[in-house]
Ligand binder design. Structure first.
Ligand code: TMP
Length: 208
């Protein structure tokens, strides 16, 4: 694939404020007149949304950890083929609410699947495709739980214990430390106005 557009992803624990800050990122792209599409994982295609239903609905014991990992990558394979690659190769930018960093954090950190197994699937499914820029919204686990809990009934991942969520956060932060040029961490525990200002600042640096 010849990639002409840029691939931006947004990551963070549940309750970190992704939805609000996706709008902030969109405003930055619009201001620059960038043509982009907004999508999400798991999901973004008809098949992907069906897989999402399976993955997020109640009943943790119904899906084993490795099956969960493969379902994430099955949804991703379809998403790349149907949406992401066609957009990027036509010059459109893609803004994706979660991508493979979430798989490392949740299935690797959270579930304890070996990172190497995830890396092999990443290579098989994505080839060379990696995000150009990733915004990581970070906040203490307790605060995320509180915010997510205020919203709606918890999904399969939001129902996990605090130690699972702590491993998810730790893994995200380790990835950010390993790839500081790609992954920009924003402190999402600050006030909404401060978080928004920080998101605008990292976006402006990237777009410069
Ligand atoms: P969200 O769209 O509300 O963030 O919900 C998606 C959930 O799916 C979230 O709890 C994180 C989880 N997830 C994984 O466990 N692995 C993945 O690879 C992705 C993309 C999401």
């Amino acid at each position: 694939m010849t990639q002409l557009g840029k691939f931006i992803t947004i990551e963070g624990q549940d309750g970190a404020g992704k939805s609000t800050n996706i709008m902030v990122v969109e405003a930055c792209l619009k201001e620059q007149g960038i043509d982009y599409l907004n999508t999400r994982e798991p999901g973004g295609t008809r098949l992907g949304e069906q897989i999402r239903e399976l993955l997020l609905s109640d009943g943790d014991d119904l899906i084993g950890d490795y099956a969960e990992l493969l379902l994430m990558f099955a949804a991703r394979a379809q998403h790349i083929d149907e949406v992401i690659e066609p957009a990027l190769s036509s010059g459109q930018w893609v803004l994706c609410d979660r991508f493979t960093d979430a798989t490392y954090a949740y299935q690797g950190g959270g579930r304890g699947i070996a990172m190497q197994r995830i890396a092999e699937l990443e290579q098989n499914v994505q080839g060379e495709l990696r995000p150009d820029f990733t915004l990581l919204l970070d906040l203490p686990v307790e605060q995320g739980e509180q915010r997510a809990g205020d919203r709606s009934a918890p999904d399969r991942f939001e129902q996990q214990q605090i130690d699972f969520k702590q491993r998810v956060r730790d893994c995200y932060l380790q990835r950010a430390a390993a790839e500081p040029n790609r992954i920009k961490v924003v402190d999402a525990s600050a006030s909404m106005a401060q978080v928004e200002a920080a998101v605008i600042s990292v976006m402006q640096d990237f777009l410069r």
